[in-house]
Write a protein that binds this ligand. Structure first.
Ligand SMILES: NC(=O)c1ccc[n+]([C@@H]2O[C@H](COP(=O)([O-])OP(=O)(O)OC[C@H]3O[C@@H](n4cnc5c(N)ncnc54)[C@H](OP(=O)(O)O)[C@@H]3O)[C@@H](O)[C@H]2O)c1
Length: 324
C-alpha cells in the first residue's frame, strides 16, 4: 500500500510517498481502508518535531480518518468487513490502510459521506469538550471565537450556536468573517483591521464576552482577556500564531474570571465515557445536518505537501482532506 512517511523532522516537502507492506490486524484491531484522512494544524508541527507528540520514525501524519473495515483481528465482534467507520489515531492516517484498535472506531451514520466524517473528531471533539466540559457555556451567554474560520474555530462557532450562545466570530479578513457568519455567527470582528479589545467591548455594549475561545495565541490572547466579562471563562486551546502568550494574572483577579486549559487529546484518554458521550452527540448532530464539517479542499496523497503548506499559510477555512 501507499503511505506518506515522515522519516526525519523537516518541512512538508521532506515527506516521502512510499510503498510499504499492507498491515495485518492484531488481536482487538481492525484494518480500515482509508477513503478520507483529515489534516489539522498540528500536522504542520508534528512533521517538524515541534508538537507535544513525537512518534518514532517513520510515521505518517493525519490524526483522523474515515473508511471501510477490511479485516478484523481475533476477539473483534463489534465490527465486521464492510462497516463504514471513522476513527482517531493521533497520527498515522495518511496512508491507504491502517490497523487500529476497534475501541478507536465509531460507525458513520447513514447519509454522512467519508469526507465529512473524517474531519469531525478532532475539531468538533475539541470544541465541544472546551465549551461544554470546561467553560459550561450557557444559553444566552456571549461566546467570542478567535480564528473563527479555521478548523477548531468554525466548530466552536457552530457548536456555540447549537448551545444557544450569541457568537462573535473574530478573524483576520472580511472573507473569513463572512464565512463564519454563513455558519451561524451573529457578529464579526476583523482583528486584521480593528483592535480586538476595543471591538469586543463595542459589540458587547461594554460588558465583554462571557466565554473566549482562543486557538490562536500571540498578542490576541491578552487583548481578548482584557475584554472578558465578569466571571467569564477564557479557553486556552492553541497557539496557531506561533507565540505562546503570558497573561497578566491581575486581569484574572480584576475580572473574577477563570482561565481554562483545554487538552482534548489527554482528556479522551482520562474520561473515556465522557468522550463516548460527546462523540455520540456530535454524530447525532452531524447526521441531522446541524454541523457542516466544512471541507475547504481535497488533495490526493501525492499532493499532501501542498495541503500542509496551505494550512501553515493561514489559507484554509474549515478542513483539509487527503484522499489516499
Ligand atoms: N487544545 C486542544 O486540545 C487542541 C485540539 C486541536 C487543535 N488545537 C490547536 O488549535 C490551533 C488551531 O488548530 P486548527 O487545526 O483549527 O488550525 P487551522 O484550521 O489552521 O486554524 C487556525 C487559525 O489560526 C489563525 N492564525 C493566526 N495566525 C496564524 C498563523 N501564523 N498560521 C496559521 N494560522 C494562524 C487563522 O485564523 P485568522 O487568519 O483568522 O487569524 C487560522 O484560521 C492549533 O494551535 C492546534 O494545535 C488544540
Amino acid at each position: 500500500m501507499k503511505a506518506l512517511l515522515c522519516t526525519r523532522y523537516g518541512t512538508p516537502d521532506d515527506l516521502e510517498l512510499t510503498d510499504i507492506p499492507d498491515p495485518a490486524p492484531e488481536t482487538g484491531q481492525a484494518v480500515v481502508r482509508i477513503k478520507a484522512a483529515a489534516l489539522n494544524f498540528f500536522d504542520t508541527l508534528i512533521i517538524a518535531g515541534k508538537y507535544q507528540t513525537r512518534p518514532a520514525f517513520p510515521f505518517s501524519p493525519a490524526a483522523e480518518f474515515a473508511g471501510t473495515v477490511e479485516r478484523v483481528g481475533d476477539g473483534v465482534s463489534d465490527f465486521r468487513p464492510g462497516d463504514r467507520v471513522l476513527g482517531y489515531a493521533g497520527y498515522g492516517a495518511a496512508r491507504e490502510c491502517i490497523a487500529i484498535s476497534t475501541e478507536r472506531l465509531v460507525r458513520i451514520p447513514d447519509g454522512v459521506n467519508f469526507d465529512h466524517a473524517a474531519g469531525i473528531t478532532v475539531t468538533y471533539g475539541t470544541s465541544l469538550h472546551a465549551l461544554k466540559d470546561r467553560a459550561a457555556l450557557k444559553p444566552g451567554e456571549t461566546l467570542a471565537v478567535l480564528g473563527a474560520s479555521g478548523g477548531v474555530g468554525l466548530a466552536a462557532v457552530e457548536l456555540g450556536k447549537l448551545m444557544g450562545a450569541r457568537v462573535i466570530a473574530c478573524a483576520s479578513s472580511p472573507d473569513k468573517i463572512a464565512f463564519a457568519r454563513k455558519h451561524g455567527a451573529d457578529d464579526g470582528i476583523d482583528y486584521g483591521k480593528e483592535d480586538l479589545k476595543d471591538a469586543l467591548r463595542r459589540v458587547t455594549g461594554g460588558r465583554g464576552a462571557d466565554v473566549i475561545y482562543d486557538p490562536v495565541g500571540g498578542a490576541y490572547s491578552e487583548a481578548a482577556l482584557r475584554s472578558i466579562a465578569w466571571l467569564g471563562r477564557f479557553l486556552v486551546v492553541g497557539f496557531a500564531a506561533g507565540e505562546i502568550p503570558r497573561l497578566p494574572l491581575n486581569l484574572v483577579l480584576l475580572k473574577g474570571c477563570d482561565v481554562c486549559g483545554v487538552f482534548w487529546g489527554s482528556w479522551i484518554e482520562r474520561d473515556k465515557a465522557g468522550h463516548r458521550a460527546n462523540t455520540a452527540q456530535l454524530l447525532d448532530w452531524l447526521a441531522d445536518g446541524k454541523l457542516s464539517s466544512h471541507v475547504h479542499a481535497v488533495y490526493p496523497l501525492d499532493q499532501a505537501a501542498d495541503a500542509l503548506k496551505a494550512i501553515a499559510a493561514r489559507e484554509v477555512m474549515g478542513k483539509v482532506i487527503l484522499r489516499p
